[in-house]
Design a protein. Sequence first.
Length: 371
Amino acid sequence: MSLTKSSRVFILGAGCSVECGYPPGSGFVVEFEGFLRELDGIPEEKCRRMKQRVKSTLKLLREIPGVETLDQLAARIEKDLSDWRSQNPGLLGTTEHWKREEAAATQILDAKIATSAMFLAREEKARRAHLGRYGTFIDRILGGPPWERAGAADCHVLTFNYDRLFEIAFSEAFPTLGTPKCPLYAGEALNSGFDASYGGWSIVKPTPGRFSFLKLHGSIGWWAKVKRPPVGGRRQYCPADPGACLAVEQIDGAIPDECGGLLGWEPLLAFPHERQGSRKYLKDRGESSDYIWAPYVDNVWEHAAGVVREATDIRVIGYSFNRIDSRYMVEELLEKAKCEKIVVQNKVDVRGNLESYRQFDGRLEFDPTPF
């Protein structure tokens, strides 16, 4: 593949992070069991918050038949709640109804916090052993320092991954970034749809015509909440940079005292079924849904669709086109591509998952090269 074309887009999936110790979509029961054993060896007061969330999420994963991934678990929780509403219309608005709503919201919140905690705890090992692939990838697409030249490249990375491995490798490649004067996720650096000003973060359109890194499902280590009145209900964001590795007690201590509810903090993570419903809400009503992360995710998906539309070179790496999410990814992103070919880079040829999309006939090229 030529890396000198004028508009390049790389779309990253879970396969890019597997060798760094991060699970693909499936296998979370085993992953959480191992993480819980690690936490059992740590004094309770240092990991109480995350341990509680890991235990409750693991219990659900074990109890619900046919559920293998967190995406499936969250979708099942909301489907069960929706089924209950349909079967009990006379109980809507009652105490029983609101108890079920709160229980479902808590279960999904716990799953997000547990995932964030486990992924953050694995960053230290990933930094020590396996970030070389991400570093090589960044060097290939951006060419290394100086950032003034690299950042001006018409090159974009879109990722479905919650982890922060790209950002960690990026910070190592460009150590002058990620400072108070040049925050990592702001337009002058990763250009991820955030801007830091007056001591806080706000959502902005990514700067056009320069490199952008867009996290299509949000990220671990990021939090959001609705500000209390009299501010007016605007959202508050905290996309923390991946600086030094965090000890377990630091990860646990970073979980806010007030989580969930109308005014509490939530991880800025969107499970696929949530995003799909939220995007439909946006199309139907012309405004973002009430999900705490919706304005940000809507913003980056809009920019992502634009860069895919203008791309002359698209490479999808480590993405399996799993049915739980791929139809929406194709309809909102890949269908917009006008380039002559789309390279699918994966250890396994997953192009068969795209056979029903006739618009890709003759345009898909398979590359078995590992990430």
